[in-house]
Design a protein around this ligand. Structure first.
Ligand code: SF4
Ligand code: SF4
Ligand code: F3S
Length: 268
């Protein structure tokens, strides 16, 4: 497709691990190639772009001015805010992540926080949060679509981008500004082990026979009853697997503050 037919996308990396970008690269419907050649124009993405150094920064500056008001902004990673954000500086000019995200948000048509770090602070914001890490919505005074998950599945990322590309507006959001189409149901309610939960059949420890038989993981810490996400139905890496199918309980990774609120991950 011509550039004019594609929606420009600027993707910033702040305090993060790049797991969300890893998830994005596993997309299959559409796959990443189709996404960036037919539907969006990926203007800036530190791990996927060919440019480096000054040229990369020029690409970013060019995109922010050329497509002002029209580009989608995706943010991966929390925003360190302590000491004016100096715990994260990016690029040759030494801008803080806080400065960068404010600058990029100013001309964005819509802002998507990809992953729990940029949505709610994530692991960086876990107590005692020495860098003052926050979600994007805490530093930007407008609606931010939060794609909770550490990482969110590629479906939740691509589906949200494609929703905007196709309809030109934001999808319906839940109380934490997560798209309802992806985060509208509890993990527990669609889990393939739910029958075992209802029958009172639990794994008591990871090495026991009940674990081998695929019993419910609630007693070894599964937080599926408190977590909203589509992992059991949509899975990850295409439709290959998800945490409970792989044998470990859900750790509540798409919920705000899960590092503090859901710990200990292996105890009920
Ligand atoms: Fe990494 Fe998780 Fe943060 Fe994504 S949400 S950048 S996977 S720590
Ligand atoms: Fe619920 Fe977790 Fe048990 Fe599945 S494994 S039924 S999500 S408690
Ligand atoms: Fe995260 Fe739980 Fe899904 S840990 S990946 S929300 S099953």
């Amino acid at each position: 497709a011509e550039l004019a037919d594609r929606v420009p996308l600027v993707w910033l990396h702040l305090a993060e691990c790049t797991g969300c970008s890893e998830s994005l690269t596993r997309a299959d419907t559409p796959d990443l190639d189709t996404l960036i050649f037919d539907h969006i124009s990926l203007e800036y993405h530190e791990t996927l772009m060919a440019a480096a150094g000054w040229q990369a920064e020029e690409n970013l500056e060019h995109a922010l001015s050329e497509y002002h008001g029209n580009y989608l902004l995706a943010v991966e990673g929390a925003v360190p805010t302590a000491n004016n954000g100096v715990f994260l500086t990016v690029g040759c000019k030494g801008k803080t992540g806080l400065e960068l995200v404010k600058e990029a948000a100013a001309g964005a048509a819509a802002i998507i926080a990809v992953g729990t770090c940029s949505s709610f602070g994530g692991v960086q914001a876990a107590a005692p949060n020495p860098t003052g890490a926050k979600g994007v919505h805490d530093v930007i005074d407008r609606t931010v679509i939060n794609l909770g998950g550490c990482p969110p599945s590629e479906k939740n990322i691509v589906g949200t981008l494609m929703y905007y590309v196709m309809f030109g507006r934001l999808p319906a959001l839940d109380m934490f500004n997560r798209p309802k189409w992806a985060y509208g149901a509890r993990v527990h309610d669609n889990c393939e082990r739910r029958g075992h939960f209802d029958a009172g059949e639990f794994v008591e420890e990871f090495s026991d026979h009940n674990a081998k038989d695929g019993y419910c993981l609630y007693k070894v810490g599964c937080k599926g009853p408190y977590t909203y996400n589509n992992c059991p139905t949509e899975r990850f890496n295409g439709h290959v697997s998800w945490p409970v199918l792989a044998g470990h309980g859900c750790i509540g990774c798409s919920e705000p503050n899960f590092w503090d609120d859901m710990a200990d991950f292996e105890k009920p």
